[in-house]
Ligand binder design. Structure first.
Ligand SMILES: [Zn+2]
Ligand SMILES: [Zn+2]
Length: 171
């Protein structure tokens, strides 16, 4: 199961629509499972790594994924060549990931495509999926200009990969 945990207030219908998209994408149940507060001492823009490490635990089974959602900005990552915007963070094959919707315009129950696409990528990473070269796929790198225009779907390869990974984690 994919557990959506919110750090800020969201329209419940947006969360429902997101859960539906994730269910369609991964073939595992998804639901809004709780609200948590960001630990003291962390300010916007959040350091995504610190956030992932310090967020309160929520009830989850070992094979669940926990997707934390925030309306606040995440601090850009510093690269040798400058800074790259951070829309979310997940570590490969781990339980938690975080997605920020701060940059998403017009988020509404009938418009969760961009949010779902970002969420699919981070949950995908948490299942062990890597970036993909197909621009239509949700695993395509998020910093590309065309990313937000894509659909909330995986290419055939990533879909197969995610099904395999999910089967493995269930064993
Ligand atoms: Zn990524
Ligand atoms: Zn793909």
């Amino acid at each position: 199961m994919i557990r959506i945990v919110t750090l800020d207030e969201y329209d419940p219908l947006v969360l429902k629509a997101l859960a539906r998209s994730l269910y369609t994408a991964f073939g595992v149940g998804a639901e809004h499972s709780g609200v948590v507060t960001v630990p003291h001492g962390q300010q916007e823009p959040y350091d995504a790594n610190k956030l992932l490490d310090s967020l309160p635990k929520v009830q989850a089974f070992a094979d669940d994924k926990v997707l934390y959602l925030t309306t606040r900005k995440l601090a850009p990552r510093k690269l040798v060549s400058g800074e790259a915007p951070t829309y979310g963070l997940a570590r490969y094959n781990s339980q938690r990931c975080v997605v920020s919707s701060a940059h998403m315009k017009g988020l509404a129950p009938d418009n969760v495509k961009v949010l779902a696409r970002h969420a699919m990528q981070e949950v995908g990473h948490a299942f062990g999926l890597h970036h993909c070269l197909d621009p239509r796929c949700a695993m395509y790198p998020q910093w590309t200009p065309s990313y937000p225009a894509g659909d909330a779907s995986f290419c055939t390869f990533c879909r197969d990969q995610s099904e395999q990974k999910i089967r493995q984690t269930k064993s």
